[in-house]
Design a protein around this ligand. Sequence first.
Ligand SMILES: [Mn+2]
Length: 269
Amino acid sequence: MDLHVYNTLILSDLHLGAETSHAREATRVLKENRFQRLILLGDIFADLNFARLTKEHWKFLGYIRKLSNPKRNIEVVWVEGNHDHGLTNIMSHLVGVRVYQDYAWEYGGLRHVAIHGHQFDGFQVNRVRLSQWGTSLFLQLQKLDFKSKPITRLIDRLNTRWLRMSPKVASGALSYARQHGADRIFCGHTHQAIQVEQDGVHYYNSGGWVDSRLTYLTIDEQGVEIHDYSERADDRDSSEERGETDSGLADFADESGLLEDVEYESVGR
Ligand SMILES: [Mn+2]
């Protein structure tokens, strides 16, 4: 366990509900790091179908709820993404976090802004129609219940990859930062963790949790750092896995501390 306390930890594009979501690894990152602020920078969900959430997906949500307990004194912020749209109201009640379209804060004398990034992907006009089409195609394919998983996995990938416009998002974000007087701007959406500096303004992308490269950002006095998740050899055999009969909801209640911490009633700040 790294006892260093970061000012902020940012992760995005977990796509809970997608088969390719690395929820277990993301939960581990939250448990193994200390931070005063957590920013969930959009597309934490893949779509509106809660039935697709697995046990590990519910565990992640349960842990978010636990972190948002005021007794922990951690500010948990959810910035809405294009896949999260319409879910965030429900989730703010379920996991007790505030939801923003964009979020700004001061740290180290610098103005920071976090925004998911779909606003800059260059397909704003067609975006909604495309992603609704993608989601409904995906759900249709799901209903066909393929015996082998490669097809649904392929569609999951298409759904999350086709709008990746990494350079466009970077340049759009840098303009947005300049318009809003920000020194640093943070986005997700592209699933490609990068940093770009232009005329003294810094752009950082937190990457994602659905591909082979799993990344998150941290901010402290040393600056901003992109981290690659790496699994220790002994992690695979940990005793975390319990009986397969456990329901995801039971895990949610367990992880969130609802079972042990009944006096905690207040959600949302
Ligand atoms: Mn997105």
